[in-house]
Every structure is written in structure tokens, then in C-alpha cells.
Design a binder for this molecule. Sequence first.
Ligand code: GLA
Length: 369
Amino acid sequence: MLRSWSLCTLFLSAALGSAQTLRQASPWASGVGLADRIGERPEDWPLLTAQFGHVTPENCMKPAAIRPTEARWNFDLADKFVAFANGKDLKVVGHCLVWAKDDRTPPWFYQDGAAPASKEVLLARMEAYVAKVVGRYKSKIHAWDVVNEALADGQGELRESGWTRAAGDEFIARAFAAAHAADPAALLIYNDYNNELDGKREKMLRLLAKLKAGGAPVHAIGLQGHYEIDRVPYEALEKTLAALRALGLKAVVSELDIDVIPRGRWWADGNKHRAEMAKINPYVEGCPPEVLARQAEQYGRLFRLFRQYDDVIIRVSFWNLHDGQSWLNKFPWARVNHPLLFDRQGHPKPAFTAVLKELTAPRPPVPAK
Ligand code: GLA
């Protein structure tokens, strides 16, 4: 693999001039989400360190991993991840301090004996958790996803959860304040999915206005960017980036991928398509060239748009290193997927070439407001 990788980069560097990698060519930080045990997989390191400068642990820093029960703190994998990254000159994005969903919050947070925890108890637990975790990695972790996925998809502003039931929207401002107090130098991010889309975008902007008015230290917005082929929401994304620019807020594209086996119907029509969809697995033997070309074209268009907002975007992180490691091989059903810029051998795909081409082209003009 290493030999062919070097040949590929040589070829690309000849074709594209001196900027050979995402890390070198990006006007923003080039990042990637990584399976927790990256430190045990030296075969991944050359690709990782050539292409990316920022790393997000996929799971080991989530509350369910770090403190599954009130009595049990578990920093083992997170410590190893941070030590690995610090040793390789990779900046760490901590992910995430509060995941505002019931199925992602360890149940002990919500309970006080047999009764639901009061607002005071829940917020005090959250603040103690944030202080301990952020404090432990002070100056070793450069940015935190402080609150993940708090906005509602349907009715209402916020997703209903134990957090909102006990504490309305106050837990969000309090989480940011606690993270800032524990590490005043850390960049603090509000992260969500579909928050570029009409409707959810406005909810996010209202939340941000309120947080800002209250003085909450929110420094950037994370747009997860889990897209599907032929359905990348370019126009909505552009509106969102323009709105963030107008507010003087920074954006990170925090978990980018383009699924080649669209999954949206999985949740449609009362979940009635699931049995049928669970059989869909068309690209076991590899992704057909025409699909790879379409994916490349769509990634290229996306990065052309990103470059028009390179004063707003401060990082673009892909969600996983290569196709073989993508969460979309399992979620929401098992299939052989091909959503990233590198294939299962770590070789650059047509999408990589398309992205590099956009990153090294003259900057596209910024559209009139
Ligand atoms: C969300 C979360 C991530 C991760 C992905 C799936 O986007 O923010 O931590 O769980 O889902 O891998």
C-alpha cells in the first residue's frame, strides 16, 4: 500500500504542482474523524499525517465512553488518543461534551434515585463533568464540540430530551461557560446535522443569537456534512455560510462524507421501508466508475463553494480516514460503502483529485450578497 500511495502522490504532485495533499492545499485546517485505536494502527499513519492536521476521536470521548455510570470514569482510550495525536503534531478536536439526545446521554445524568434529577442536580453534574474532562486535556485539546445535536428536526426549537425537560435551553449556555472556564484558550463549537437546511438553520440562528446575547463563549458552528450522493444541499449550505458570515461567526465542516447508497428513506413513512432497504448492498465488489465520477463532481462542487467562504470556514473534517473505516458501512444498515476521498487501500479516489483540483484552482469569486 505504501509504495502505491507514494506513486500516487508523486503522480498527483506532478499533475497539480507542489500542493500534493489536503493538508498542504487547504486554506483551512484539514481534519478527520478517527476510530479510537489509531495509535495501534501504524499502517494508517502515513496517509493520516500526510493529509490531515486535526483529528477527532470517533467515540472514545463521548460521555457514554468517558463516564458510563456515575461511579465509573474511563479515560483510557481518550488518553491514548490524545497522547498519540500530540506525539504526531496533530491537533485534537474533543467530541463531544454534551450530546443532547436521550439515547446518547448515560442514564445516570438524568436520575436522582428513583426520581428524575432536578435542574440544579442535572446542571451541576454536567458542569462537574465538563470541568473534569476539559481540565484534564487543557492545552492538549485545541477545540471542543461542546454541545452536539440539540436542535429539533421537526416541531419545536430544541430536541426534547432529559436536558430540555429539566433545564429548558439553559444547559447549552451553561455547558459553554463551563468549558470556557476549564480551558479559556479552547475553541468552542456548537455541532449539529442538517443545520444548514431551511427551518433547522433558522432555529440554529435563533439559538446563536440568544447564546451570543447572553455572552456565551460560542466560537464556531459545526456543520456535520453527512451528505448523500445527488442530494448535497448546496443552496441551503450557501445560505447558511452567508448567514454565519453576516453574524461574524466561524464554521467548521465537522464530519464530511458523501454516501453513495442513499439512506434518507430509512426514516421515511413511519420506517416502513427498512426491511427492503436492509437488503440493498450494490457495491460489494467495488464502486462503479460512473458513481465515483459523480461523487467526485459533487465533492468538487462542494469544495468550490467552501472556497468562496474561506473567511468563514476554519476547518473541514472528513468522517473517517478511508472508505473501509466509514461508519456508513454499518449505519443505518450494513452495506459496503464508498463515501470518502480514499478507498479501502488508502488510495486516492477520483473525489480526491476533484477536491485537490478545487483547492489549488484560483479562488472563485465571492457571490454578491
Ligand atoms: C454523529 C455524531 C458523531 C458520530 C456520527 C456517526 O454525527 O456527531 O459522533 O457518532 O454521528 O459516526
